[in-house]
Write a protein that binds this ligand. Structure first.
Ligand code: SAM
Length: 318
C-alpha cells in the first residue's frame, strides 16, 4: 500500500525548490505571503497595552450578577455566562482529564461545576458573590444535579485543605492579572487545597486578538511560568485557546460605562465586534485565552521542577 502524500519526506523540499510564481511569490507555498501574518503584527503591537489593574470593589461582581438587562436571552452584564459549559471543559471531561473531587474556583453561574456533577463527579463551586452562587444554585436545580456551591474567597480557599483531585479555573485567575500578591497566594492556596498528584487546568484571558476582540484584562505566558512552579505546580502544557463570550453592542456600552478609564482600550473590540456580529450565532464571540495544565508536586521537588518548567519545555508538552 502506498504511503499518503503527506509522508513523502521530499514533499516540502520539492515545494521550496519549485520555481513557479503566483503574484510575485512562490506558487507552491501559499502560506508564504512575503511577510508576517496580521495576527503576529497585532500580537506585537498590542504587547501589554490591554492589561489593567483588577478592580477590588467588593460589590463589582455582585452588581453585575444582579443587573437585569439581557443580551441574546442571557444576562448582559456577565458575558462569560453563555448558558452552559465552555467547549474546552467538555473536552477535558471527554478526554478523561477530570478525576475525583473537582474544584471550580470563581464558579460564577456554576455551569462548569454543574457539568462535572452531571458526568458523575463530586463538584464544588466557590464564588465571592452571593448573587453568583444564587444563580449557580438555580442552574443546578434546573439541571437536577447536586453541587456543593459556597460563597467564599477562592484566593484563600480556607478550610478546604487536602481536598481536591482536579481544579479547573475558568476565567478566575485573570481577575487578579495585575495583583501579584493575590496570584501568588492563590497558587499556594490551590496547592494546599489539593491532594498529591492533583491536576490543575487554567483558562485565562490572553493579550492577543481574535477576530478583532481583545481582552479588557489579561495575563502573559510568563505569568504562569513564574507563579506556578514556585507554588508547587509542574507545568505540563501552555498554549493559546479561545473562550466563548455572550456579547452585544449594549454589553460593550455597559462594559465601557463600568470602566470609563478603559474606554479607549475597549473601543477597538467594539469595532471588531461590529464587523463580525452579523456572522455570529446568538452573539457568541470568541475571546483570546491561554490554556495551562499543571500537576501538583511536593514542595521538596519544586526546585528541580522550576528549571524543568522552562518556557520551551512548558510550551511543547501536553
Ligand atoms: C470572569 S467570571 C468567571 C465565572 C466562571 N468561572 C465562568 O467561567 O463562567 C470571574 C468570577 O470570579 C468571581 N470572583 C472574583 N473574586 C473572587 C474571589 N476572591 N473569590 C471567589 N470568587 C471571586 C466573580 O464573582 C466571578 O463570578
Amino acid at each position: 500500500m502506498s504511503q499518503p502524500p503527506q509522508f513523502d519526506p521530499l514533499r516540502c523540499e520539492k515545494m521550496y525548490r519549485d520555481e513557479q510564481s503566483a503574484n510575485g511569490l512562490p506558487a507552491a507555498m501559499p502560506s508564504d505571503i512575503g511577510g508576517p501574518q496580521q495576527f503576529f503584527k497585532q500580537l506585537d503591537a498590542l504587547g501589554n497595552a490591554y492589561r489593567y489593574p483588577a478592580q477590588f470593589d467588593p460589590l463589582r461582581y455582585e452588581k453585575m450578577y444582579r443587573d437585569e438587562q439581557s443580551a441574546n436571552g442571557l444576562a448582559a452584564a456577565t458575558p462569560w455566562d453563555i448558558g452552559g459549559p465552555q467547549q474546552f471543559v467538555k473536552q477535558l471531561v471527554a478526554l478523561g482529564a477530570i478525576k475525583g473531587e473537582v474544584l471550580d474556583p470563581g464558579t460564577g453561574p456554576g455551569h462548569h461545576a454543574i457539568y462535572y456533577a452531571s458526568k458523575g463527579y463530586s463538584a464544588t463551586g466557590i464564588d465571592s458573590s452571593p448573587a453568583a452562587i444564587e444563580r449557580a444554585k438555580e442552574n443546578a436545580r434546573r439541571a437536577r444535579v447536586s453541587v456543593n456551591f459556597e460563597v467564599g474567597d477562592a484566593i484563600k480557599l480556607e478550610g478546604l485543605e487536602n481536598r481536591f483531585d482536579t481544579v479547573v479555573d475558568c476565567a478566575f485567575y485573570h481577575v487578579f492579572s495585575d495583583v501579584p500578591e493575590a496570584k501568588k497566594a492563590y497558587a499556594r492556596a490551590l496547592h494546599r487545597a489539593t491532594k498529591p498528584g492533583a491536576r490543575l487546568y487554567m483558562f485565562e484571558f490572553a493579550h492577543y486578538s481574535v477576530n478583532g476582540i481583545v481582552a479588557p484584562r489579561s495575563v502573559s505566558l510568563d505569568d504562569f511560568i513564574h507563579m506556578f512552579p514556585d507554588a508547587g505546580w509542574q507545568l505540563t502544557y501552555l498554549g493559546p485557546t479561545t473562550c466563548q463570550v455572550n456579547m452585544s453592542m449594549e454589553s460593550f456600552d455597559m462594559l465601557i460605562a463600568r470602566n470609563p478609564d478603559k474606554a479607549e482600550q475597549i473601543r477597538p473590540s467594539v469595532e471588531g465586534f461590529r464587523l463580525i456580529e452579523p456572522w455570529l450565532t446568538n452573539g457568541r464571540a470568541y475571546a483570546p485565552f491561554w490554556e495551562m495544565h499543571a500537576t501538583r508536586v511536593d514542595c521538596s521537588e519544586t526546585k528541580t521542577l522550576r528549571s524543568r518548567s522552562a518556557p520551551g519545555a512548558a510550551r511543547s508538552t501536553r
